[in-house]
Design a protein around this ligand. Structure first.
Ligand code: SF4
Length: 333
């Protein structure tokens, strides 16, 4: 694992496997005017000076999780679902993701008390039908840690769907061992949502591990962040989503970028995102087309695009959240 802290205080981490997917060596790689690598693999991993530029439009807590935290590391934005941030660790600290700036105190895996609190919460809230296990990347934990968490979820006497959100099969395919596949299989109903942004990430090693998970009866979905200079072209996304579908992975979400600090250079103007999505709609079948969505700035959950657009006010889009609240999302240059 390559690991250090940048001059700006943000952590860098990438696996040698991830870096091997790039078309050139990280050192001295070609970079654009913002200092961001041109190669889509390196662009997601290597820090750049552009991260030092924060905008007044950006938010420290872009998803408004603090206001929806029901107990340590557990966020509830919807009646039927709860999100558990199992760990702050990742195999890759993606440069577009605000989780790269988590505090050291948030990096460890959930302890016994937090896991017990989760099973008690689920027992007391029968309306919760789904637990999203996110992070960081939950598959950075050991099999024993994951088993303890999944056993706690399964201790409630009703079926609860478990959703594991991870980049591990893409970033470190070796983590998907036969033992891990068996463990996940044991805790079905369980689905895995893979974060994948570019066709270059679909390595032979990744596809082999994805097939192992599918063979074990674990459904796979993908989520993709629309990223400037990385995948903001219809032909790239068409290749990505059609290939995923052929491999049995359902393209689930295409996300408009969050307003995370120091990530403006990755965000695609919403007007362009809408035009790209329109091009995808024309070309992709219903099975291949993910939903385009944005997390409501400051909380309120997911807003589907273009359906959630309520109007425009100067340089801001007005977006309807499912709870009826209106949120502003900037139209950036
Ligand atoms: S939480 Fe996911 S997207 Fe964010 S840095 Fe970690 S692996 Fe990347």
């Amino acid at each position: 694992m390559h690991d250090f802290v940048t001059e700006g205080g943000l952590p860098y981490r990438a696996t040698p496997f991830w870096l091997s997917l790039a078309g050139e060596e990280p050192e001295g790689c070609a970079r654009n005017a913002h200092g961001v690598p041109i190669d889509p693999i390196l662009a997601q991993a290597l820090p750049s000076q552009a991260e030092a530029h924060t905008s007044h439009l950006e938010l420290c807590d872009p998803l408004g999780e603090a206001g929806n935290t029901v107990f340590e590391r557990a966020v509830r934005q919807y009646r039927s679902r709860i999100l558990v941030r199992a760990t702050g660790q990742c195999f890759l600290f993606c440069r577009h993701c605000y989780r790269r700036s988590l505090l050291p105190s948030e990096l460890h895996f959930l302890d016994g008390a937090a896991i017990a609190a989760l099973s008690q919460y689920l027992a007391a809230h029968p309306e919760v039908r789904e637990v999203l296990v996110s992070g960081g990347d939950p598959l950075t934990a050991s099999d024993a840690q994951l088993a303890a968490l999944l056993e706690a979820i399964r201790s409630v006497p009703r079926p609860v769907l478990v959703r594991i959100c991870t980049r591990a099969p893409v970033v470190l395919p070796a983590r998907i061992t036969p033992e891990l596949v068996d463990l996940l299989k044991r805790f079905r109903p369980l689905t895995v949502v893979l974060h994948i942004n570019h066709p270059k990430e679909l390595s032979a090693q990744f596809l082999e591990k994805a097939e192992a998970l599918l063979q074990a009866g674990i459904p796979l979905h993908s989520q993709t962040v629309l990223l400037r200079g990385i995948n903001d072209a219809p032909d790239i996304l068409i290749e990505l989503f059609s290939t995923l579908t052929l491999k049995g992975i359902h393209p689930y979400y295409l996300f408009q970028g969050d307003l995370a600090p120091g990530t403006a250079h990755f965000r695609v103007p919403l007007s362009r995102g809408l035009a790209i999505y329109e091009a995808l709609r024309r070309e992709l079948s219903g099975l291949e087309l993910p939903r385009y969505a944005v997390d409501a700035p400051g909380g309120g959950g997911k807003i589907y695009l273009p359906e959630g657009i309520a109007g425009r006010k100067a340089d801001f889009w007005l977006l309807w959240a499912s709870d009826g609240s209106i949120h502003e999302y900037p139209e950036e240059k």
